[in-house]
Design a protein around this ligand. Structure first.
Ligand code: ADP
Ligand code: MG
Length: 249
């Protein structure tokens, strides 16, 4: 049996009686890249909020690496290995690209080694290989403020990866990006998928097609269907849900 990094069982989340998620079941294999799509209000962001511990289940449970995350605080769940990339980049604009990465690469060390010590060879190597991975090696000494929106997104993904999460949660990473930047972010996520489990939430169907292996469609707080891109696109239930939004599919 394949090992599951994430299992969600019969999950219901009520906000003042309104069920944003309804008896949702979901599981993710270790090392899998999954894309989640669904109309606005389907519950996609709430789904991520549940995994990170920002929102608590009303019913049901979430198992991360087999462990029930109930009442575990957000920062502890992050330390267990769940990293989240929010929609808007949160990088330090007046620091260089390299300094942004240095900050996170050193954040787990003790204060003295960060303040007094020069970065060790292995830390420099980590930063260098991250710069390579996110395709910003040539821009390492530029202030982040000078990066394009897509480059900022890639830098933030790099900062997230620097914290060595096992599960990466990425919410709409290509909203507002040019076609070229969209493709770059897609290639970055595909490269990261070789060593991480990843959940990507996305609207942009072109992008979903670029990266998707298995797709989960959320609708009104439940899983409507799951499958590869072709199966999902040809599923009559999906077509019905998106009827009137054909441009989205
Ligand atoms: P999506 O990300 O798929 O657009 P959301 O998870 O943001 O959907 O929201 C799902 C539903 O839950 C929406 O109808 C939204 O209005 C509602 N909702 C989300 N968060 C809250 C909250 N904190 N309080 C009340 N209702 C909420
Ligand atoms: Mg959302």
């Amino acid at each position: 049996m394949t090992e599951k990094i994430l299992e969600i069982e019969n999950l219901t989340v009520s906000f003042d009686g309104f069920k944003a998620l309804k008896q949702l079941n979901f599981s993710l294999d270790t090392g899998e890249l999954r894309v989640i799509i669904g109309p606005n209000g389907a519950g996609k962001t709430t789904f991520l909020d549940i995994i990170t511990g920002k929102v608590q289940p009303t019913e049901g449970r979430v198992l991360f690496k087999g462990r029930n995350t109930k009442r575990i605080p957000e920062h502890s769940i992050a330390r267990m290995g769940v990293g989240r990339k929010f929609q808007t980049p949160r990088v330090y604009l007046n620091l260089t690209v390299r300094e942004n990465l240095d900050l996170v690469c050193n954040s787990n060390k003790n204060v003295f080694s960060t303040l007094l010590g020069r970065p060790s060879v292995s830390e420099n190597k980590n930063v260098a290989s991250l710069l390579e991975t996110i395709g910003l090696y040539a821009k390492a000494d530029l202030k982040a403020a000078l990066l394009s929106h897509g480059e900022k997104q890639r830098l933030e993904i790099g900062m997230l990866v620097a914290q060595s999460p096992e599960l990466l949660l990425v919410d709409e990473p290509v909203a507002g990006l040019t076609d070229e930047e969209t493709e770059n972010v897609g290639n970055l996520l595909l490269a990261l998928a070789e060593h991480h489990s990843i959940i990507v939430i996305e609207h942009d169907m072109e992008f979903v097609r670029q990266i998707a292996r298995r797709v989960t469609v959320l609708h009104q707080g439940s899983v409507l269907c799951e499958g590869n891109m072709d199966e999902v696109q040809n599923d009559p239930r999906v077509i019905e849900v998106y009827l009137g939004h054909q441009d989205e599919l």
